[in-house]
Design a binder for this molecule. Structure first.
Ligand code: S3P
Length: 431
């Protein structure tokens, strides 16, 4: 049974410095590339969230040696040809990234595998990945013609494709690129709106070659990758909860160190600027494989904004917490072109609107986003996380500004991406 939690933090201020845990997207990919590459890969700053542990578990079942020592991980692999056919089902838990990227990786092996995840994964669309992979020759079967887990994959020889993405999705793009690495010929992926590019960046770190020209990514099949060291920066999607908390909780000042600010992920910084937030950004090393920065946020007078178009993929996971921010901004904030929210860990348009309304927010759902009017004083209430870590953290941050406690039905799900979330809240709280 999931644990409920009372968020009872009235009249607090937030002050101090924290380092948010490692980036979830980059942590997953470090294990995947480490398992594909020949030799030893070392990872520092790895996220010990449940999603990334699911990825480790899947690769261990494929015979890859992975040792975890705190946030340091060592992967030893003799390359993809040395993987063993797993005797057990690969369990991907709550992780869409694990499920979708593994589909791309496993399609080009010589192995038969079966993958399944939790109830949320069982409702998320997989044909967006299975369809382009089938064009490459992949043999994938599952419920509703491969739309839903459990999925069975019979690895086979793949051929390259030239694919135009119908939705902005780094998971779809990455699955095709991983398959392209094993395919005959040059695979091309064309994006209308650029999604996060961690796969492209990390491939180069492992000695691979890939060309990126605007929204066109090309990868040659048959490349051999070599183990390396990966340094995982802090996750901007986790930092987002404290950026918003710092901006809306009175008399606060929070410094977040070592936050990844890859331009394909840093849309929230642009939105903070548009809303007039007191955010300072100090870039540590722009030329790192993944650039990082120190972010400092202070309580801010906020004005409403519009979030739309090619900004959406750059902050898709931050929309729940940005909706809470907008309840405290002067005017009408419009979020549009974000229909992808409906197929995340839960339908995040419905979840955000339903839960924030319970606290008195003026928020309405639209077909592709939401409209929020502010500023509104929020009151306490009983909220649901829908088993979605980012909805759970949104509810907890809301509880920092409500006039009475917020009761959250399931706070355990937060461990999917941020196991130390409440420890960090408690570290920053001053009365
Ligand atoms: C991710 C891509 C995004 C994001 C998810 C992680 C990734 O999903 O929402 O949390 O690591 O590639 P989509 O590819 O569905 O947009």
């Amino acid at each position: 049974m999931p644990q409920s939690k009372t968020i009872d933090y009235q009249n607090v201020n937030l002050k101090g410095t924290i380092q948010v845990p490692g980036d979830k997207s980059i942590s997953h990919r470090s294990i995947m590339f480490g398992a594909i590459a020949k030799g030893t890969t070392t990872v520092s700053g790895f996220l010990l969230g449940e999603d990334c542990l699911s990825t480790i578990d899947c690769f261990r079942k494929l015979g890859v040696k992975i040792e975890v020592d705190g946030t340091n991980v060592t992967i030893q692999s003799a390359g993809i040809e040395a993987w063993e056919e797993p005797k057990e089902i690969l369990y991907t838990g709550n992780s869409g990234t694990t499920t979708r990227l593994m589909l791309g990786i496993l399609s080009g092996t010589s192995l038969h595998t079966v993958m399944t995840g939790d109830a949320s994964i069982g409702k998320r669309p997989m044909r967006r990945v299975a369809d382009p992979l089938r064009l490459m020759g992949a043999k994938i079967s599952g419920r509703a013609d491969g739309q839903y887990t459990p999925l069975a994959i019979q690895g086979t020889t793949l051929k390259a494709i030239d694919y135009t993405m119908p939705v902005a999705s780094a998971q779809v793009k990455s699955a095709i690129l991983f398959a392209g690495l094993r395919a005959q010929g040059t695979t091309i992926v064309r994006e209308q709106e650029v999604s996060r590019d961690h796969t492209e960046r990390m491939l180069k770190q492992f000695g691979g070659s890939i060309t990126v020209d605007g929204g066109v990514v090309s990868i040659e099949g048959g490349q051999q990758l070599t183990g390396t060291h990966v340094n995982v920066p802090g996750d901007i999607s986790s930092a987002a909860f404290f950026l918003v908390a710092g901006a809306i909780v009175p008399n606060s000042e929070i410094t977040l160190e070592n936050v990844g600010v890859n331009p394909t992920r840093s849309g929230i910084i642009d939105v903070f600027e548009n809303m007039g937030a007191q955010l300072s950004v100090h870039i540590d090393d722009e030329n790192a494989h993944e650039p990082t920065a120190t972010l400092k946020i202070q309580t801010s007078q906020l004005k409403a904004t519009t979030i739309e178009g090619d900004m959406i993929p750059r902050l898709i996971d931050e929309i729940p917490i940005l909706a809470l921010l907008a309840t405290q901004a002067e005017g009408k904030t419009v979020i549009r072109n974000a229909e992808e929210l409906k197929v995340k860990e839960t339908d995040r348009i419905t979840a955000v609107v339903t839960e924030l309304k319970k606290l008195g927010a003026k928020i309405e759902a639209t077909d592709d986003g939401m409209i929020i009017e502010g500023p509104t004083k929020l009151h306490g209430g009983s909220l649901k996380s829908y088993g979605d870590h980012r909805i759970g953290m949104m509810a907890a941050v809301a509880g920092l500004i409500t006039d009475s406690p917020v009761e959250l039905d399931d706070a355990d799900c937060i461990a999917v991406s941020y196991p130390s979330f409440f420890e960090h809240v408690n570290e920053l709280i001053h009365k």
